[in-house]
Design a protein around this ligand. Structure first.
Ligand SMILES: C[S@@+](CC[C@H](N)C(=O)[O-])C[C@H]1O[C@@H](n2cnc3c(N)ncnc32)[C@H](O)[C@@H]1O
Length: 208
């Protein structure tokens, strides 16, 4: 069963900024330069929708965006955002139940794979891979923790976050998946940046 962020939707951005300051936003905004004008975009798990405003500051028209978000409350908040004259289709479904019927120039997955158990993460990756055009760009931002190199405070913070989201949002996993291995020789990494003492990583991949 998909997680449900309805209960915390209204306080989500405040909580995220209290813990991570501006870095959740920065880690996504730094990727948006890879979005060409006129792109057809899939955003998965966009939360309260602030990313729509950031995209629309860059291009206030010409974008076609499918905004797939499993929380009805998050979708309701996102619909109130400013998105200029861009065409935004709000789709209140878990991504695993969504079929696009066409392919995208850009796929954005910001802090959403950390919600999935390994099986679902693999399946969702496979489906999204199919829906991205050749030469299309996948913008990926998420937490990173690795037992060998990670710091104790990162491990504790991650555990606290998973406990919090299991209590409030019914999140189905308690471990971070390493999705980097999925972007194998079918992709070329064209950008990478780190934030918050290397606990947050942003990456842009081009599909070959
Ligand atoms: C950790 S929040 C990140 C929100 C936003 N991307 C941000 O960075 O502020 C994860 C978001 O993904 C959504 N989500 C979780 N599982 C999902 C799924 N299976 N399909 C679509 N959205 C999902 C949640 O409702 C939530 O809004």
């Amino acid at each position: 069963m998909a997680s449900n962020y309805d209960k915390i939707a209204k306080i989500y951005d405040l909580l995220s900024r209290l813990v991570f300051g501006k870095y959740i936003v920065k880690s996504q905004v730094c990727l948006l330069k890879y979005v060409p004008p006129g792109s057809t975009i899939l955003i998965v798990g966009g939360g309260t929708g602030w990313i729509l405003e950031e995209l629309s500051k860059q291009y206030n028209t010409g974008l076609i965006i499918d905004y797939v978000e499993s929380s009805a409350q998050m979708v309701a908040l996102s619909k109130k955002r400013w998105y200029g004259d861009n065409a935004v289709h709000f789709i209140n479904l878990p991504i695993e139940s969504f079929t696009a019927g066409h392919s995208y120039d850009i796929i954005i997955t910001p802090f959403v794979f950390d919600n999935f158990n390994p099986d679902k993460a693999g399946q969702v990756f496979k489906n999204l891979h199919r829906e991205l055009k050749t030469k299309g760009i996948w913008l990926y931002a998420d937490f990173v923790y690795n037992e060998n190199e990670g710091r104790l405070w990162q491990k504790l913070l991650l555990k606290t976050m998973y406990l919090f989201f299991s209590l409030t949002s019914n999140i189905e996993t308690s471990e971070l998946e390493n999705m980097e291995r999925c972007f194998d020789n079918r992709y070329q990494k064209i950008f990478e940046s780190w934030f918050y003492a290397r606990f947050i990583r942003s990456q842009a991949y081009q599909k070959l």
